[in-house]
Design a protein around this ligand. Structure first.
Ligand SMILES: Cc1ncc(COP(=O)(O)O)c(C=O)c1O
Length: 401
């Protein structure tokens, strides 16, 4: 049989999906499972989004569309970009894709040649490393352990950029940690970025509307507008509007980069379908009460999760201020045994497996994100499940010895 391409030896299915699949299987077998595993927002968009999609179906042209994205959709995105203080962009600075994941993949393909330096912080969103490996980039990980609140320091960034990576990918608010950089922290990092002109900066800021405690959302471009010739802002409808399955993501940045992504679209997908485009326009331009209400709800759930974690001796958790994830350091459990089942916990994967088997709670091992001392709790489950799920986690830890 002929061989697959060499790059497929480096491509891996998403580790997050593997946990979600196991939880789904146990549920199908009749187990009472509470899933904190997958990062889906668990709410649906407003009625106006469905109405727009139905209306688009009724007058469907059946034709191919724009490789960059329909003008109406780009204009709606531009209005949002302007609303968060990133001004001066036109359609030529933008491109869309089948979700931010696809946009990020396209950006990496457009900017990285084989062997080019590709720097990003750990913990990282799992796809960063997989995309880097598929493209055979030289991945440069910048460790940000819980002791530094999972955040990159200016000194670390300075040392990393001194090696002239072709791309530095920055994620704020973060998946998996939920950490959000303050205005001052962003300004300090932007000063460092300004010193190193050889690196493209991708800011994956798809959770920019999910920020708590009044911290606000800040981008390098707010602090240093002159960086706009090499900063690329990435956004998505998935989490903000409860539309992960609709698959719409965007970028705004230098014209040449937007054009490159558009060219890749012309060879990969041609266009985002008309019905999806209409739904995207409606989400971006319609009432914004759903995202606002969900943000308040997520903040309250974050507090609930943190309150239970604080009751577990030895578990340490920097306080997340955005997205819908909590990423506790659970390494206190390593080397222990779960009394009732006899499960030995040598690492994060053992812990997640034992927790799922013993208590029916699914979390994602931190090693999926490059931090094996932690696990990720995604707290978008129905509110009624949150307290019992967290209580099961607390109980599980109390049974370790
Ligand atoms: C940090 C981050 N970037 C990008 C994505 C991809 O989002 P999309 O659904 O738009 O592809 C995700 C999804 O979980 C994410 O957490």
């Amino acid at each position: 049989m002929p061989q697959l391409a060499r790059r497929m030896g480096r491509a891996k299915p998403s580790a997050i999906m593997l946990v979600a699949e196991k939880a789904k299987q146990l549920k199908a077998e009749g187990r009472d499972i509470i899933s904190f595993s997958i990062g889906v927002p668990n709410f649906l968009p407003g009625a106006h989004v469905y109405e727009a999609a139905r209306a688009a179906l009724d007058k469907d042209s059946g034709q191919y569309g724009s490789n960059r994205g329909a003008d109406a959709m780009l204009d709606a995105f531009l209005k949002h970009v302007e609303g968060i203080g990133l001004t001066g962009y036109a359609r030529a600075n933008c491109a869309s894709g089948i979700g931010a994941k696809h946009v990020i993949y396209n950006l990496c393909e457009a900017l990285l040649d084989e062997g080019d330096g590709f720097a990003f912080a750990t913990p990282y969103w799992t796809s960063y490393i997989d995309i880097g490996e598929i493209l055979d980039a030289d991945i440069q990980l910048l460790p940000c352990p819980p002791e530094q609140d999972y955040k990159l320091t200016p000194e670390q960034l300075d040392a990393a950029l001194a090696k002239k990576p072709k791309v530095f990918l920055f994620n704020n608010p973060s998946n998996p940690t939920g950490m959000v950089y303050t205005k001052d922290e962003i300004a300090a990092l932007a000063d460092v970025v300004a010193k190193h002109p050889d690196t493209w900066i991708i800011t994956d800021d798809i959770y920019n509307r999910m920020v708590f405690d009044g911290v606000g959302y800040h981008n390098f471009l707010h602090a240093r507008p002159e960086l706009r010739d090499r900063v690329i802002f990435v956004d998505s409808l998935s989490k903000t509007y409860g539309m992960p399955g609709w698959r719409v993501g965007f970028m705004a940045g230098p014209e040449a980069v937007a054009k490159a992504v558009t060219t890749l679209n012309s060879n990969h997908i041609t266009n985002i379908p008309e019905v999806t485009t209409a739904a995207a326009v409606a989400a971006l331009t319609g009432p914004q009460d759903v995202p606002e209400q969900k943000n308040a709800e997520f903040q309250a759930k974050r507090d609930q999760v943190m309150a239970v974690l604080a009751q577990i001796p030895g578990v340490v958790c920097p306080k997340p201020q955005g997205a819908f994830y909590v990423f506790p350091d659970i390494s206190v459990a390593f080397g222990k045994t779960h009394g009732p089942t006899g499960a030995k916990i040598a690492n994060d994967v053992d812990l997640c497996n034992a927790l799922l088997d013993a208590k029916g709670v699914a979390c994602v091992p931190g090693s999926a994100f490059g931090e094996p001392r932690a696990l990720r709790i995604s707290y978008t489950c129905p509110t009624a499940q949150l307290a019992p799920g967290m209580e099961r986690i607390r109980e599980f830890f109390s049974e370790l010895g």
